[in-house]
Design a protein around this ligand. Structure first.
Ligand SMILES: [Mg+2]
Length: 415
């Protein structure tokens, strides 16, 4: 058996964990520049809001108070995604993190009677530990498990198990072909003209004809819908996020800027080293802070900011500089924080990027910076404990404060 756990309205559910007032309300999360809706609560779906609907079409609902539109907070989603995926991994020896809010479980050998309880446990734990509602679908193949979880979401059942072939056939006859996992919009249109409107029509169609219409992937889907596992778990095991992150929960609440900056510098330094070990660079630095989530009497704060670099970089000093720039924008001295974290996002292999025509070419060119970082990595690697550190990592924050750039190359020896 295969299981699929999928978080419900993930981004909206994440927002609700830090703002309980959003519960029961129509909420959408907007794309990067607040251009269009990328996540909708059930209430927002009920208002007829479509995925990807542009802001100008829904602004009247926001203005009249019927709808809450939020800017996306990727640091928060990333953070909660990690918690949820950690929970998923407890429930099967083979778990494939398929996306930021979904994972497949290989439950080979688990008796069907045990599935309901496993599913319920996953849902309960995600809700109590991460505050995220989850739907779990079980069936013979990944494609059918997907269908099972979709049925669960539509019918508000937390766990749906599709085992009986007669029941599966019946459900496939009610599943529009464009709702099937792996059937893209273009393929669905092509199939529609062939008179294939439902998943049942699809499996009733001759396999050679399917191959002719949809290629080898369509054949795999055809098999999967007929309960023959075809899509390899490993084949879907792609990195779910093109990011590296580090965060810590402090032993106490901290409101001291210097302490937080020093810690974030350390996390950024670690992430930058991992980035360079992957022979990669990144083009976004996300910084976030969080207040203590166990202080339920106060409203929680989860400020985050994404700093986009002019050009991708793997240089510790440039990344730390961006981090400090972000921290300065979100840090509020009146608030005590329990957690701080950094995410290096939009990772690409070194030299795969084309410099932008409009961006200033910095003096410390990619190459010289890269060589400097390599030298530092080698020194730190050969002498345990990292002898070369950024000044701001050692709490010598004042040096860099007047100009973040001036702190860039102030490496100091521990000795
Ligand atoms: Mg989901």
């Amino acid at each position: 058996m295969i299981g699929l756990a999928d978080c419900n309205n993930f981004f909206v559910s994440c927002e609700r964990t830090i703002n309980k007032d959003l519960e029961g309300r129509a909420v959408v999360v907007m794309s990067n520049n607040d251009g269009c809706a990328i996540a909708r609560s059930n209430e927002a779906k009920a208002l007829g809001i479509k995925m990807g609907q542009p802001m100008f079409e829904i602004r009247h609902l926001v203005n009249s108070g019927q709808l809450v539109a939020l800017s996306s907070n990727y640091a928060l989603y990333h953070e909660i995604s990690n918690v949820v995926h950690k929970i998923f991994h407890k429930y099967a020896p083979t778990v494939i993190d398929y996306s930021v809010d979904e994972a497949f479980f290989d439950l080979t050998g688990i008796p069907v009677e045990a599935l309901d309880e496993i599913g319920a446990n996953i849902c309960n734990e995600c809700l109590s530990e991460a505050g995220i509602p989850v739907t779990v679908g079980f069936s013979h193949t990944k494609t059918l498990a997907k269908i099972a979880s979709e049925i669960g979401k539509k019918s508000k059942r937390r766990v749906v198990t599709l085992v009986d072939p007669v029941e599966i056939n019946d459900i496939l006859s009610r599943t529009p072909i464009n709702d099937v996992w792996g059937i893209g919009r273009r393929t669905a249109r092509k199939l529609y003209f062939e008179g294939i409107h439902t998943a049942k029509n699809y499996i009733d169609c001759d396999i050679h004809h399917i191959k002719h219409l949809t290629g080898i992937n369509g054949v795999k889907t055809h098999n999967e819908l007929r309960m023959i596992p075809c899509i390899d778990l490993d084949a879907c095991n792609r990195p779910i996020q093109n990011s590296i992150s580090e965060s810590r929960t402090f032993s106490r609440d901290i409101s001291d800027y210097e302490i937080i900056k020093t810690r974030l510098t350390t996390y950024t330094t670690h992430c930058a080293t991992r980035l360079r070990n992957m022979n990669s660079q990144c083009s976004s630095v996300i910084v976030y802070l969080a207040t203590n989530r166990f202080h339920t009497n106060e409203s929680q704060q989860f400020p985050s900011i994404e700093i986009r670099l002019n050009q991708p970089s793997g240089s510790t000093s440039l990344l730390v500089e961006a981090m400090i720039q972000g921290l300065d924008k979100i840090f509020d001295p009146a608030i005590a924080y329990k957690k701080a974290g950094i995410v290096l996002a939009n990772i690409s292999p070194i030299r795969a990027t084309t410099p932008s025509l409009f961006d200033p070419i910095e003096d410390n060119t990619v190459d010289s910076n890269h060589q400097l970082m390599q030298a530092i990595d080698e020194i730190n690697h050969s002498s345990s404990g990292g002898v070369l550190r950024l000044a701001s990592q050692m709490g010598l924050g004042k040096i860099g404060e007047s100009s973040a750039l001036s702190s860039s190359f102030q490496f100091r020896s521990k000795k």
